[in-house]
Design a protein around this ligand. Structure first.
Ligand SMILES: Cc1ncc(C[n+]2csc(CCOP(=O)(O)OP(=O)(O)O)c2C)c(N)n1
Ligand SMILES: [Mg+2]
Length: 191
């Protein structure tokens, strides 16, 4: 089983242009723990919306690589997103799902990925052109280089992580602050 903090730190290593959208709760702490950045857009709510937010940014900014880092529970709530992303097929978008089989943030209730649902197969069935299920560190490192290339093609990666929940790392929780700093970092006018 992979360590969630190591997975995210590896994905974000040597980042330059990468915009990162993080799902509510634990994946936001993981992205913050790898280092705060004006191009981090943390979602503190809107459960199920992370992939769609990433899709919108990827379509609006086609030369910018966009990475969504989210949890299995969050992704299950927005499962129809796979179909919409496949239809739009932006080459600069990567979805990384940290799959611990739990709603970790809310006390560790079991999710459907622990029992019956295979998110990699769901993504494939929805038409996502490139889908990976990643279970070992060397595959994380091999995958990490791809997320920075905006021409590499729409990709979904399901990372099988341990059920450990590391200490929370807090960031700004102000929507306007987070939106404005990301827009500024992309050279866009303030909202
Ligand atoms: C619509 C909605 N339902 C429920 C919640 C409560 N909630 C917040 S985080 C979370 C669990 C997230 O689980 P997962 O995405 O798997 O992340 P993990 O903590 O396991 O990494 C839940 C149920 C919410 N914020 N919004
Ligand atoms: Mg989870």
């Amino acid at each position: 089983m992979l360590n969630r903090r190591q997975v995210v730190a590896t994905l974000l290593r040597n980042r330059e242009g990468l915009v990162v959208v993080s799902g509510l709760g634990s994946s936001t702490y993981d992205v913050a723990a790898a280092g705060d950045n004006d191009k981090n857009f943390y979602l503190w709510g809107a459960m199920g919306g992370a992939a769609m937010l990433g899709l919108g940014i990827a379509i609006a900014q086609p030369r910018v690589p966009v990475l969504v880092v989210t949890g299995d529970g969050e992704m299950l709530m927005g499962m129809g997103s796979f179909s919409t992303m496949a239809l739009q097929n932006p080459p600069n978008l990567t979805i990384a799902v940290l799959d611990n089989g739990l709603f970790g943030e809310t006390g560790g209730q079991t999710t459907h990925t622990a029992g019956v649902t295979d998110l990699a197969k769901v993504a494939q069935g929805c038409g996502i052109p490139e889908v990976h299920e990643i279970k070992i560190d060397s595959d994380v490192a091999a995958f990490a280089g791809k997320v920075h290339d905006p021409g590499k093609g729409l990709t979904v990666a399901i990372f099988k992580i341990s059920q450990d929940l590391p200490p929370r790392v807090m960031t700004s929780r102000s929507g306007p602050v987070l939106v404005d700093r990301t827009r500024r970092a992309l050279g866009l006018p303030m909202s």
